[in-house]
Write a protein that binds this ligand. Structure first.
Ligand SMILES: [Zn+2]
Length: 248
């Protein structure tokens, strides 16, 4: 459920272990890790394109926030999504703004959701990080949590507070990302209004983009009037720690 192919690699490693004649310390674990890495890093990247998905391409200023996204096979997209990311990256060249991506999709099968994201199941979805800046106002290429999720840019006093409404109505999962930071970092950085707006404007220029989700108070604060910027609903999780993009 976490890597899509981990269960298969585990079964195969049981079989190989049974057949192996030599014995050594930690053999079951070492066999599993070896089989898993061969599949994840060599076989799946070759086979997935046959079924219409490919790895997010790391060119120019496109990187994963955490390399675990790649090791866990959560970095697969349709070719059009790679095209959109690359065009936007080109657009953002010389701005100091990086596209730091988070969870995308698994390599195979529509309708196999990439938990906890129920909609990331068709190769058309990807999450990207917000943009942060130093106390001097310089755009940073770092994030505020190890996973890229869970450190929020909450509503200011007079801003519309959709989060309070969802939690009050019993959608307790709305706040769930706060449990998956895997550690808060770079506490000196703060949310960059200008940087995040510039990143979003870059994506909005692409006619491959279908929808973009961000929390309503940030939509309001950044004055994002494009009709592709939508609200995801209380049944999802809050989007003031990351941006969700999806193809048409
Ligand atoms: Zn998403």
């Amino acid at each position: 459920m976490v890597t899509q192919i981990g269960g298969f690699a585990l079964l195969l490693s049981f079989y190989i272990n049974k057949k192996l004649k030599i014995s050594f310390l930690g053999r079951p674990l070492i066999t599993f890790v070896t089989v898993y890495l061969i599949f994840s890093l060599v076989i799946v990247p070759i086979v997935a394109p046959i079924f219409g998905r490919e790895k997010v391409k790391h060119i120019n200023n496109i990187y994963p926030v955490n390399y675990m996204t790649v090791l866990l096979n959560r970095n697969y997209v349709r070719p059009d999504l790679n095209k959109m990311l690359q065009n936007t990256a080109k657009e953002l060249e010389n701005t100091g703004i990086y596209i730091h991506y988070l969870d995308a999709n698994f390599p195979f099968m529509d309708s196999f959701p990439l938990l906890p994201h129920l909609s990331h199941s068709d190769g058309k979805k990807i999450d990207v990080s917000l943009i942060y800046e130093t106390p001097e106002g310089i755009i940073s290429s770092s994030q505020k949590s190890m996973s890229g999720y869970g450190v929020f840019e909450p509503p200011k006093t007079k801003e519309f507070n959709q989060i309070a409404i969802c939690l009050k109505n019993g959608y307790l999962q709305y706040d769930f990302p706060k449990y998956v930071t895997f550690g808060k970092i770079n506490k000196n950085l703060s949310f960059s209004d200008a940087g995040t707006k510039r990143l979003i404007q870059g994506f909005l220029k692409s006619n491959l983009l279908g929808k973009l989700f961000i929390e309503p108070h940030l939509k309001q604060r950044l004055r994002l009037n494009n009709t592709k910027v939508k609200y995801h609903g209380c049944q999802a999780v809050r989007h003031d720690d990351h941006i969700h993009l999806q193809l048409k």
